[in-house]
Design a protein around this ligand. Sequence first.
Ligand SMILES: NC(=O)c1ccc[n+]([C@@H]2O[C@H](COP(=O)([O-])OP(=O)(O)OC[C@H]3O[C@@H](n4cnc5c(N)ncnc54)[C@H](OP(=O)(O)O)[C@@H]3O)[C@@H](O)[C@H]2O)c1
Length: 242
Amino acid sequence: MTPMRELAGKRALVIGGTGGIGRAIAVALAQDGAELYIHGGRSRERLAAALAAARSFGVQARGLLREIDGEVEPFLTFCPEPDLVVAAHGPFLRKPLIETTAEDWRWMTLINLAFPAALISAILPGMIARKYGRILLFGGTDTGTIRGFATTPAYSAAKTGLAVVARSVAKTAARSGVTCNIVCPGLVDTEYADAETRAYNRAKSPTGSPLTPETVAKTALHILQSPSLNGAIVQVDEGVDL
Ligand SMILES: NC(=O)c1ccc[n+]([C@@H]2O[C@H](COP(=O)([O-])OP(=O)(O)OC[C@H]3O[C@@H](n4cnc5c(N)ncnc54)[C@H](OP(=O)(O)O)[C@@H]3O)[C@@H](O)[C@H]2O)c1
């Protein structure tokens, strides 16, 4: 018997869906029957490969290649009425506070906070009107806690701001069938990780084998299918101590 595809016919917009965790989620969504709108940053090859992977599950998939500059309009034109939005792309910056420049702050807060937040503000009325919506965002270490960070203050501040956005969506739209949750991955070996990062991930991983994007995507899919998780900050990190 063919397993039921829970998300059959739903339109899923995946920002940063051509690589890393975003790509694994796009593929998991396609496997579950969703119609895919996959965004990627720079690589035409990665976009083509992600679209082919999605289509191999018999679903429709469209692609958009665009560097994020804060404008949300092109994404709304690309996918006017998404049922699911996964905002995966979130650049990392390791720089102590006193070395962090104004441009670093602008970049970190634009891509990790202001852009996904503005996109949510724009798509939320449609989701509320249609009485269905699933939004998934991404945090990092201790995203749900107000604390200081010696090496990643700009990245971590933006991610904690994003957690406030996730909870605000839940407060605004839970009665309309809209959920918004935030996954905080631990150490993930993506194709973007260099040899030094991979060695660090292996050394720090409590199991000795760092997470894969596919492992994170399994939890992400469960969250996206679930009507009962809302405003949650979910650590998918093997209990790593960073
Ligand atoms: N990886 C980890 O260990 C880890 C740990 C904690 C939290 N996280 C969080 O998890 C999320 C996913 O992380 P990730 O490491 O899998 O992937 P990522 O590097 O944040 O995103 C990769 C995706 O973003 C696209 N992209 C790259 N530069 C872009 C730009 N300037 N404008 C628009 N799109 C761009 C890539 O396309 P191209 O390849 O075509 O450029 C690809 O589709 C992020 O929010 C991250 O902060 C990751």
